[in-house]
Design a protein around this ligand. Structure first.
Ligand code: NAD
Ligand code: LMR
Length: 355
């Protein structure tokens, strides 16, 4: 290679290093369940610039139970080998306090998935996981409330996500931090079904709201979802399909994936987690919303304090709001009542964990 070309290349590398050191923002992101199957799809996308931006260096803390934490060294080798410019420090720990200290974002993925057999009994429903997983979120919540940044955002993926988030948030007892439970996977599933039925592009489906619980009682609203600006239910014009096919398919998609692949959804779950983070940190486009469960402030008559799936918007100042004024027909109201009652009974079941 000619000397001049070589020197130019060296200069570019030197300048890009200076830029990285001087001008890149830096954030701390903690992920529990770092050695699990969702994490395997999730982690590279958190540190590649895709999620937090090319100008943001991500320090990643991977948190695992002590029996598994050593395996994370292999994950760290792989993440290092991805050689992303945005990758900062990579740390593995089984100490939740070390993991969440000064964290900007915490993704609580670590927990047991359904489908497995415990004490000779197969765990069939996500709510059956309450007693097994619920306890994890008290200690993690307390550590987050005490040690993570005051404006930390917490996304609960581990099931049952809404009630685990309720436990964690109560334990954290820190009103400036913001807790979310993931319903974006349900929204993506619903969008895909509506687009396919209407023979429309996925990008034409907007305003997809998942009301309530990430469970078979969720209500993936086809009336307020739009396809090219018109109500999806009106475009599809087939109420029988909506009630007998679309709703049960979206509500039971997690189980269908488990039955088909012998393990719960991982790539699509990781993708939905990335979608949620991006939706929270970027302003929402006009005429659209994003789906996640947040603490109810009484909007739409939902009891205050429940972690409930609502239509959300991120404003240009970064504030996340529950979108008001969405019309709910009688069908929607019946469905929302069912999912509300389920969340209330889950809250009762973990009353001892939320004080
Ligand atoms: P997995 O079993 O592959 O991985 C879970 C990991 O969590 C394991 O490595 C385990 O050691 C770790 N873990 C357990 N307890 C922990 C603790 N206290 N601290 C840190 N780590 C801990 O499971 P997965 O497929 O990655 O799924 C994880 C969870 O996500 C499950 O509860 C699953 O049901 C849920 N999930 C939710 C959605 C959603 O849409 N909300 C979608 C898919 C899966
Ligand atoms: C999903 O919806 O795929 C997850 O919640 C996993 C499950 O148990 O269904």
């Amino acid at each position: 290679m000619p000397l001049v070309q070589f020197l130019m290349m060296e200069k570019e590398i030197f300048l890009s290093q200076i830029y990285k050191e001087k001008y890149m923002k830096e954030i701390n992101v903690a992920v529990t369940g770092g050695a699990g199957q969702i994490a395997y799809s999730l982690l590279p996308r958190l540190i590649s610039g895709e999620t937090f931006g090319r100008d943001t260096k991500v320090n990643l803390r991977l948190i695992e139970i002590p029996q598994v934490v050593d395996k994370l060294q292999g994950t760290i080798m792989e993440l290092t080998d991805c050689s992303f410019e945005q990758t900062g420090q990579l740390v593995a720990t089984s100490d939740i306090k070390e993991g969440v200290k000064d964290a900007d974002w915490i993704l609580l993925v670590g927990s047991i998935p359904r489908g497995i057999v415990i004490d000779g009994k197969k765990i069939e429903e996500r709510s059956d996981l309450l007693k097994i997983n619920g306890g994890i979120f008290t200690d993690q919540g307390a550590a987050i409330g005490e040690l993570a940044k005051s404006d930390a955002k917490i996304l609960v993926v581990g099931n049952p996500a809404n009630t685990n988030a309720l436990i964690g948030m109560n334990s954290a007892n820190n009103s400036t931090q913001q807790w979310f439970a993931m319903t974006a996977l349900d929204a993506n599933r619903a969008k895909a079904q509506l687009a396919e039925k209407a023979a429309a592009e996925i990008s034409s489906v907007k305003n997809m709201i998942i009301w309530g619980n990430h469970s078979p009682t969720m209500y993936p609203d086809p009336y307020n979802a739009t396809i090219n600006g018109a109500s999806a239910a009106e475009v599809i014009n087939d109420n029988q399909w909506i009630e007998d096919s679309y709703l049960p398919l979206v509500q039971q998609r997690g189980k269908a994936v488990i039955d088909a692949r012998g393990a719960s959804s991982a790539a699509s779950a990781a993708n939905a987690a990335i979608d949620t983070v991006k939706a929270v940190i970027n302003p929402t486009k006009e005429g659209d919303c994003f789906s996640a469960a947040v603490v109810s402030d009484g909007s739409y008559g939902i009891p205050k304090g429940l972690i409930f799936g609502f239509p959300l918007r991120t404003n240009s100042n970064g504030k996340i709001e529950i979108i008001q004024g969405i019309e709910l027909n009688e069908f929607a109201q019946t469905k929302i009542k069912v999912t509300t009652e389920e969340l209330e009974s889950e809250r009762e079941a973990v009353a001892d964990l939320i004080g």
